[in-house]
Write a protein that binds this ligand. Sequence first.
Ligand code: UD1
Ligand code: MG
Length: 448
Amino acid sequence: MAAGLGTRMKSKRAKVLHELGGLPLIGHVCRTAKALDPKTIFVIVGHQADEVAKAVESEVGDLATCVLQKEQRGTGDAVAAARKQLENSPSLLLVLSGDVPLIRAETLRKLVDEHRNSRNDCTILSVRLENPTGYGRIIRDGTGAFQRIVEHKDATPEERHVREINSGIYCFDTRQLFAALKKVEPANQQGEYYLTDVAEILLRDGNRVGVYLHSDAREVSGINTRAELAEFENLLRRNTIRSLMIEGGVTFIDPSHAYISAEAQLGRDCIIYPDVSIEGKSVLGEGCVIRSGARITSSHLGNNVTVNDHSLIVDSEIESNCSVGPFAHLRMNARLEEKATVGNFVEVKKSRIGRGTKAMHLSYLGDATIGDDTNIGAGTITCNYDGKHKHETFIEENVKIGSDTMLVAPVRVGARSVTGAGSVVTKDVPPDSLVAGVPATVKKTLKK
Ligand code: UD1
Ligand code: MG
């Protein structure tokens, strides 16, 4: 169920699109559902249906089919939206909530086992909470047998004292569920069709309804507000960092001030300083040192890479033993080959920097291919944009680009050549030459 707006989020974005650990809530739920190896997954979509469908597809591909719930008239109505697809399916149906993202596959398997073993028509996953405010309560009779679920808003003061809550996750006999759904009425505070009413209806009609009480309350907590989202983010982040330290051999100078996506991989003996963010599916090899204020998004780093303070690295690749920053910006497929160095205030966009090549200070290198063992002097700029189009710059191996050189693309600097400080290079430079001036001209040929 992922059709609701999530009014309590006070957002224009559908609640299930809000991200936790860099993945939308619905992505978490779909991933867990997939781990159970189901025959198929139906996702009920409504608010921002297209965006939600995209998030679903990017997580589980065509294993899931999205079903539109045009108007959001409650969780019972949400499931009923898939009546055509499911009604005559004899199988067992597991219903998950798009806003309960931390549920583990193992717990769901236990719920399904309990459902099968007890030959139930409906099994509800419940937990006990210290503070059950807002949740539906599990009401039992004097003998402890399940009677019904009452929503917080509809509950009497005594019922509100009940600490056992409905997780919003259930296992059903599909046919019994759809038969009972026809009998659900919106006779409640919110005027909605509650899926929770199905349990009482099934019981009344002589079916078997059970409750599986789970011990880990946090796992089934729903996210309804941004404050809850932030709590979960913190929890997930702490778990990720803890397992990186304990199982992964990664050092965190201050674990409470590091932001590592659950999707990222960090090699042994990496050292992460405070205020570092590593986002998306970034991969860091062994022994990398990431200093404060750096952000690395969807990028690959080899072994022993140093990223100095306040560097931003997006969609880029850095081979082993390179050094980046401080204050460097790598983006759009920047690629640094072994032992390359990109230093202070250097921006590299869609460029390849060869082995052992250095660009230490204040440069812009865009749409450039730079060979091995070349030195890019301070203040060098590849002038890649003529106002309409982008052009490429080629700098071959063993070149020395003098400080403040402007390379007006398209342009090529041949191997072993040298540009004088302040040159404006508008024409290709042959190999083994010294050029200088504005515009730069060949001053002499260098001995090989
Ligand atoms: C629901 C349960 C409550 C339970 C809680 C656990 C009902 C009536 N109540 O309440 O007993 O304790 O979950 O988290 O089911 N949705 C739709 N279409 C709709 C309405 C909701 O797809 O018309 C989706 C939402 O997008 C969400 C999920 O169903 O992913 C749950 O809806 P929400 O409004 O959050 O229900 P709760 O009030 O939390
Ligand atoms: Mg909810």
